[in-house]
Design a binder for this molecule. Structure first.
Ligand code: PLP
Length: 473
């Protein structure tokens, strides 16, 4: 018999299945920490397709078993051998917050539909503003990920900086922003979504350590003016994604002040060091920024998506979208109706994650995590330099480490091929997860030490494993 609506909503049934699932999850977390399961149950896309197609038709599989299969077939970010992309291994409290958020399904756009989360957002921004050193004019909004946050902040910049009414009349001039060639691709994408085309992004070369050459800003700026381009902003990466290196925010901030440009700081990954006395110096100059983004789902241990956009002057954020949605907003729409300032209409209760983080664990806990992760990267880098066949792309500043395996006498092409093959072999073997990147034509293996349980043992094992397979290839 098909479940009726009544049984679908049955609290008793929910209690049973939820308790089963909690047991499955707790066992899973234990298995990950003890490394009782392989980190990556790699299957080809076709094999996955076949498997899930059968499940889609299968009513007989109990829901708890189904969820268990979902977990088993996925990559395990809680495993200490997970050293790949920059997503956190979410703290178990994040799971609980998501459950409550899903239950309430408060869409937020207007105050009535997000009474708790709207106020929580405001309180989080007071905390972030204080940590940055902003005054009482600061504020912000949460949005669905760093990519959308960059677009939103740059739309604000466009609206504040441009003389014409683009929202009403479209774009008639060639606008542009300046950003390091090493910046995350979401900045480039935002520029093109704003209709500025490839002339709208002026890529500033980076130095030997992959940091923006801020000494070139003036020349590139003057050249743009000569070509009739109106530069409205400079974007600093703190850190950039491929190598995890911080741009000099102080230099960018001063340049922007001098030329009255909008300074946007992309701190999606590296913003967490606001709470690390040891590494906070990388953010020197951040206080100059007009807008900043921070992904809590990267270095703050929360599940995705939870991204803060912090504005130095919160009033500017009301200029992002100058349309009127009168059926939702009062004439004097106020700070508690957040939908006027986000791309989203319905929005998740994503600030519940930072709120629990601050309430339950506090900033010393964030410091403990982020400082240990950055320290671990230095240890790993040290180990890499100690092995003769390995080479770093650059010494790490964050917890991102890029390195490659070298065989004496091989050409660049064959070295690149070897490093690609090594990473593929690691993927298929499934006992570590790392990623790869190409920097200035050289192929590197790329690790991000996200997991708080990855340490010396995992680093030694990974490097020895790579050496072993390199000899077999
Ligand atoms: C990850 C990242 C982004 C994109 O953030 P998402 O939350 O993945 O959309 C943007 N900029 C930088 C520097 C990043 O590291």
């Amino acid at each position: 018999m098909r479940p009726t609506l009544h049984t679908a909503y049955d609290p008793k049934k929910f209690r049973t299945i939820a308790q089963q699932l909690i047991d499955i999850i707790a066992d899973y977390l234990q298995d990950c920490q003890a490394k009782n399961i392989p980190i990556y149950p790699y299957q080809t896309p076709n094999a996955q397709y076949k498997f899930w197609k059968e499940k889609l038709e299968d009513e007989s599989i109990p829901l708890a078993d189904f969820y268990k299969a979902v977990i088993q077939h996925s990559i395990h970010v809680h495993h200490p051998n997970y050293m790949g992309h920059q997503v956190s291994a979410p703290m178990p409290t994040g799971l609980l917050s998501n459950m409550v958020s899903a239950l309430l399904n408060n869409g937020m756009a207007v105050y009535e539909m997000g009474m708790v989360s709207t106020i929580m957002e405001k309180l989080i921004f007071e905390k972030l503003a204080a940590a940055i050193g902003y005054d009482g004019n600061a504020g912000g909004i949460f949005t669905s990920g760093g990519t959308l946050a960059n677009l939103t902040a740059l739309l604000t910049a466009r609206s504040v900086q441009s003389q014409e009414d683009i929202w009403e009349n479209g774009t008639h001039k060639q606008y542009a922003l300046m950003v390091s060639e090493e910046a995350h691709y979401s900045v480039d994408r935002a520029v093109r979504m704003m209709g500025w085309g490839s002339n709208g992004i002026i890529k500033i070369p980076s130095n030997a350590h992959f940091q923006m050459r801020t000494d070139l800003l003036e020349t590139y700026y003057q050249n743009a003016i000569k070509e009739g381009i109106e530069v409205i902003a400079v974007v600093g990466s703190a850190s950039n994604t491929a190598t995890g290196v911080y741009d000099d925010l102080e230099a960018i901030g001063k340049f922007c002040q001098q030329h009255k440009l909008w300074f946007h700081a992309d701190c999606a990954h590296g913003g967490a060091v606001l709470f690390s006395p040891k590494y906070k110096h990388y953010l020197n100059g951040l206080v100059y920024a007009d807008s900043i983004i921070i992904d809590f789902h990267k270095m703050m241990l929360t599940p995705a998506l939870s991204t803060a956009i912090i504005y130095k002057n919160n009033k500017t954020s009301y200029q992002t979208f100058k349309q009127k949605a009168d059926y939702l907003f009062d004439e004097n729409s106020d700070w508690y109706n957040t939908g006027t300032r986000t791309v989203e209409c319905t929005k998740l209760m994503m600030c519940l994650h930072p709120f629990v983080l601050f309430k339950e664990y506090g900033t010393p806990f964030i410091d403990e995590y982020v400082t240990a992760a950055y320290d671990a990267a230095r240890l790993f880098a040290q180990k890499i330099t100690e092995r003769p066949n390995f080479e770093l792309a650059t010494f790490p500043q964050t917890n991102i480490v890029c390195f490659r395996y070298k065989k004496e006498g091989n050409s660049i092409t064959s070295q690149n091929l070897l490093n690609k093959k090594l990473r593929q072999a690691i993927l298929e073997k499934g006992n570590f997860y790392i990623v790869q990147t190409q920097l200035r034509g050289i192929q590197y293996m790329r690790t991000t030490l996200m997991n708080p349980f990855s340490g010396e043992q995992e680093f030694d094992e990974l490097l020895s494993f790579i050496e072993r397979i390199a000899n077999e290839i």
